[in-house]
Ligand binder design. Sequence first.
Ligand code: NCD
Length: 327
Amino acid sequence: MGNGGSNSIKTVGLAPKLDSGFYGQDIISVRQFSRENLAYIFGVADEMRAVVKRVGSTDLLKGHVLACVFYEPSTRTSSSFVAAMSRLGGSVIPINEVRYSSVTKGESLADTIRTLESYADVIVLRHPEAGASQVAAEYARKPVINAGDGVGEHPTQALLDLYTIQSELGQVDGLKVAMVGDLRYGRTVHSLARLLSLYDVEMTFVSPEILRMPLDVMNEVKAKDRLVHETYDVHDVMADVDVLYVTRVQRERFADQAQYDSVKDYYVITAELMDRAKERMIVMHPLPRVGEISYAIDDDPRAAYFRQMENGMYIRMALLAAVLGKA
Ligand code: NCD
């Protein structure tokens, strides 16, 4: 795996399982993944799901410690990492209110990371600046997992999204995927579009003009010879899409409140809109939602976002076990 230049094995403990290629690696960007190693991680995630369903937990990572450092709010990502580590028998240093730690006293990210790695075997980091995880990884001797770096990437979310598509629809090749909403600031769609470009997928980016998918992501997808369309009208995709991936308008990224107000209610997926959709398709959302999917469709079997959320824990169990050399 390449991870932007630093793919030497980091120090994580004894008796590693080296052959998966993940041992001691940082997880910074979806660019590190190939179809082969995704299939491997998804296989491990299936095993994790089976273990959790059957017995709840295992002691695979007994004695290992995860530092879970969140400089931005999180519910699902942080709690699923904590749950993942706990169900693998390890323990967690949770740091969620970073304003109470020394970062606000001027301590640099590098020093914070160096501190935490002297206590933990692996660090999960969410940070408001794009590129922060890569910087942290360069300083850290232990593996760093990017849990969202500003408007940059959210690789573990994209992995769980792809795993959800695969588990729900049985395949990824041949699908039509529409991403709807804030494609400019939404890091989950930046990662997912890149990851999906490894497959034979036709993508439509549905957004208002000011929230279009960034050109660098578009160009990366096109460079893989994938068909890409853009529209501002969600009606254009409803009838033939296999995956409708809806996102929240990222209020915290707007400098101008009036601009946010002009787009915040641009799309709402309603039961009436769902009447136009195929019987076999899924609606996804990384969550939290703030109005863009009507509660009325939660009971529709095509609403996959709660199953998607659960899958996050199995994927994160697989990733933790892999970077710590136990899978
Ligand atoms: C996303 C995030 O933080 O980027 N949420 C998540 O991780 N489940 C999406 C969002 O906040 O809108």
